[in-house]
Design a protein around this ligand. Sequence first.
Ligand SMILES: *[C@@H]1O[C@H](CO)[C@@H](O)[C@H](O)[C@H]1NC(C)=O
Ligand SMILES: *[C@@H]1O[C@H](CO)[C@@H](O)[C@H](O)[C@H]1NC(C)=O
Length: 392
Amino acid sequence: MGNVRSVSGANGLKSQVVEILTPQKKPSFHLWFKILLGLVFLILCFTLYSGSLTWTTSPLKGHYHRFLNWTNLLEVQFPDKIHPSTTVNLREIEETTQSHTEVPTALPTAAPTGTLYHQAYARNYHFIMNNPEVCKTKTPFLILMVPVAPGNLEARDAIRQTWGNLNLVQGEVVVTLFMLGVSKEADVQQQEKLQQENLQHQDLIQSNFIDSYLNLTIKTMVIMDWLATFCPTAAYSMKIDSDMFLNIDNLVIMLRMPGIPQVNYLTGMLMWDRPVVRSLDSKWYVSEEMYPDPSYPTYTLGMGYVFSNDLPRKYVDISMSIKPFNIEDAYIGMCMKKLGLEPTSPPNPSQFKAYAGEYNRCDYSQVITYILGSAKNLIDYWTDLKKPGPPC
Ligand SMILES: *[C@@H]1O[C@H](CO)[C@@H](O)[C@H](O)[C@H]1NC(C)=O
Ligand SMILES: *[C@@H]1O[C@H](CO)[C@@H](O)[C@H](O)[C@H]1NC(C)=O
């Protein structure tokens, strides 16, 4: 497909060149020399584009950056779906562009379509603490990824005592990991404490981006990158916030139901046609510059969404062509849309609950998620739920 496109593109350019040149009656030697040069240039472009020359080794890479706007090429080739074959291209582009602060300039004849975005592109960051062996010794059915602030030990410990404590649920292997960035005021002491904590529990993953509310999209994309890189064999994953109650048995039971897709599956509490918040004092404020449309595509609420584990790699690759904004769950919705996919309603949508009223044992035994007020609530409710005796 790429070859067909570029051949016709090159022909188009060629015929343009010919058209411009035909009115000239007596082409001089000088002119023929120019035509020859032009053809050599076209052939070179074509060779580079079709990938037979690697960017990293080409001495011309810096030069060509100024002439080619890669996104145009990619978007023309793959209007709404990133084809698996572009994965390599995107990585090569990323490697060669990330060290340049200037953005590559447009090819004059190319139609405007988009640009490459680096801020939420997870491969721009690297892991400074990792447990890369987690999925080498076992193949999890489900991996729970919990974004959490480095300083929030209380939340991590509550999860370790409750739903994060289980590694076999309904006979399926489940792994829980915490994803951290680096706090702005990070000192050597805090970092040492984290290292101790990881030595004890072996469940911390830390990347080198600044851990802040506005950077949650980066955190989510780094989670996706970790899953794609270090745990591609897991069947399903869940991104779940650190202030959540999770009835993990019910989640595993749901995922094993007949008819639950094994690829391109994203589920949770679905949000349809949510307007973008434009009031400056809101926690969810997003500027028109960051996100121009008045509403978001369908997405799953960020408190806890579940996905088949083929998706993380697709999200990371497509994120290069999606302008970053700070609403991570809606950003995943954008990734789905751009991949030509849609989130799926869970078999029983009432199992994904947001705000809880009073604790009710029967209720908590039937749901999958609830947002909680504190780490203490999680421990208390969990302890109560695990008491013997019918919950309802
Ligand atoms: C690349 O092309 C897109 C769409 O044509 C345009 O919006 C963007 O500004 C271009 N990038 C540069 C650096 O010119
Ligand atoms: C987000 O992370 C990047 C990379 O670490 C950093 O440069 C930026 O300042 C952070 N932004 C905020 C708002 O914390």
